[in-house]
Design a protein around this ligand. Structure first.
Ligand code: FAD
Ligand code: MLT
Ligand code: ZN
Length: 479
């Protein structure tokens, strides 16, 4: 296996023959943007960057990598946050960015078929053109590709309504490590002939094949959609009801999220931001004051359906413990203004330095206690280092908390490890939606049973016997 920037003799010529010399990049300036990940924490020099234009060229590139035993990193929009989309040890990069055509978008069948390098935003625009939606959305929509979202099984802001990417999948085309093209694009809802190719690829992080086409189910655009941003404060003092005294703002948020789910039909999103993140986002993005600017946290709720959910929402929020002020957006502009406080966290945090991004799920009953305990565990792990900032936010409706740390050096894993241990102790997951990549490799064995890992390894060995596809990502080394 090639493990340095020295190409085996004849390899670069084979890649150039496959994709054409203009799309076989070996100039350091041209390769640079493919070599560093979005967080700037991960990356390294690429042996070469291949930019195929279609499935057949992808197959030729992979066949060449397989023949010359050259490791290859599939790359889409390079918005992944766990280091799986960039070379680490002189691998080749296979970018699908030129496979960017929407092939069909059919509201009658309720399906969109697109090449894997199509951005989420382009697919959303095509769906909007037939008065439909994808049922999945993430803030990186302008760059993230459908193939990358399948490969990471991306989640995002509508998972509580429509599930993650794997739930949206109606079919797939994928090229295996030896260049074999496997295709199942019918989009049939009921089709039980054997293993499910699309589901095997979902969450495989570029280790089993290169996704070249994606079929997604569409959902109709709902006639009504309302977003509310709700200011919350922890409950400090005993109220008439002793059960409601002294609740942290995270407990208040979890309680309100559960109440909204019980009382409001058609909840699309339940998102949480805290005061420190809100202050940062407002400063960096120059955003106006939110409702109750002095709140401890804000819950963003969105609901939609065939009937206007505003009254139901208002009734459910009224008198809820810990609620202070509410702002409502019921048109596209108003909703976008409220979403900006939540969606722009990722960019705002990145302005502080290279973030350590931990993407976790907690059982609901552990969410608030965990959120309250993280900072002291991080501080203990870093032995009192005082310049670390911890900013949390997330998809509270799914129990998914994003813990961002700025301060520790990129290669300092002490705080990451301490937080992952906390999650495992509480029965949570070390990866809610971003995947494992290289960032969480050490904790995969603790997060999966031995039998489960054996299945994963055997699938990998069967589909990629030479181990050329994204080695070092997702599967920890044996032993
Ligand atoms: P890349 O970053 O290029 O790759 C990601 C992984 O997929 C790598 O392992 C790569 O090898 C593999 N891969 C890429 N393309 C292919 C392919 N065609 N075939 C096989 N393997 C492939 N994630 C969420 O889940 N929810 C969010 O809400 C969310 N919000 C985000 C917001 C921002 C601002 C950013 C920067 C990221 C966010 N993400 C979120 C991270 C998320 O993983 C990615 O945005 C997206 O899923 C990755 O798509 P990509 O095309 O950029 O893939
Ligand atoms: C989000 O929910 O905004 C994303 O998962 C990105 C992040 O964690 O920063
Ligand atoms: Zn997220």
């Amino acid at each position: 296996m090639s493990d340095s920037c020295q190409a085996p003799q004849g390899f670069l010529e084979a890649i150039s023959d496959a994709v054409g010399p203009d799309h076989c990049l070996s100039d350091p300036d041209l390769k640079a943007s493919y070599e560093l990940d979005w967080t700037r924490r991960f990356g390294g020099p690429a042996l070469v960057v291949a930019r195929p234009a279609n499935t057949s060229e992808v197959a030729k590139v992979l066949a060449a990598c397989n023949r010359f035993h050259v490791a290859v990193v599939p790359q889409g929009g390079n918005t992944g946050l766990v280091g799986g989309s960039v070379p680490r040890h002189g691998e080749a990069v296979l970018s699908v960015s030129r496979l960017s055509r929407v092939l069909s978008c059919d509201p009658e069948e309720g399906l969109i078929v697109a090449e894997a390098g199509t951005t989420l935003a382009a697919a959303q625009a095509a769906a909007a053109g037939v008065h439909a939606e994808l049922g999945i959305d993430i803030a990186a929509r302008d760059s993230a590709t459908l193939g990358g979202m399948v490969a990471t099984n991306a989640g995002g802001i509508h998972v509580i309504r429509h599930g993650p990417m794997r739930a949206r999948l109606g079919g797939i085309e994928v090229v295996l490590a030896d260049g074999t093209v496997a295709s199942r694009l019918s989009g049939l809802v009921k089709d039980n002939v054997g293993y499910d190719l699309a589901q095997i690829m979902a969450g495989s992080e570029g280790t089993l094949g290169v996704v070249t086409k994606v079929v997604l189910h569409l959902v109709p655009v709902p006639p009504f959609r309302v977003t509310a941003l709700i200011g919350l404060r922890g409950i400090e003092h005993s109220s008439a009801d002793p059960a409601e005294s002294v609740r942290s703002v995270s407990e208040v948020a979890v309680g309100l999220a559960a109440r909204l789910r019980r009382r409001v039909d058609g909840i699309d999103a339940l998102e949480l931001v805290y005061a420190d993140g809100m202050t940062l986002v407002r400063e960096v993005m120059s955003l106006p004051a939110p409702p109750d600017p002095g709140a401890d946290a804000w819950l963003l709720v969105e609901a939609s359906g065939g009937r206007d959910p505003s009254d139901m929402l208002a009734e459910a929020i009224e008198d809820a413990p810990g609620v202070t002020e509410v702002a409502v957006g019921d048109d596209a502009g108003g909703r976008a203004r409220l979403w900006a406080y939540r969606e722009r966290h990722t960019e705002a945090i990145a302005t502080l330095g290279v973030p350590h991004k931990l993407d976790l799920t907690l059982p609901m009953k552990a969410f608030a206690e965990f959120a309250g305990a993280v900072r002291s565990e991080v501080s203990a792990a870093l032995r009192g280092r005082t310049d670390t900032r911890v900013i949390m936010f997330g998809h509270v409706g799914d129990g998914n908390l994003h813990v961002n740390m700025i301060g520790p050096e990129p290669e300092d894993y002490r705080a990451d490890d301490a937080v992952f241990r906390m999650v495992i102790q509480r029965g949570g997951s070390i990866s809610a939606e971003h995947g494992v990549g290289v960032a969480k490799l050490d904790f995969v064995s603790a997060a999966r049973s031995a039998g489960d890992l054996t299945v994963m390894r055997r699938v990998k060995d069967a589909l990629d016997p030479s181990g050329i596809l994204n080695p070092g990502v997702l599967l920890p080394p044996v032993g």
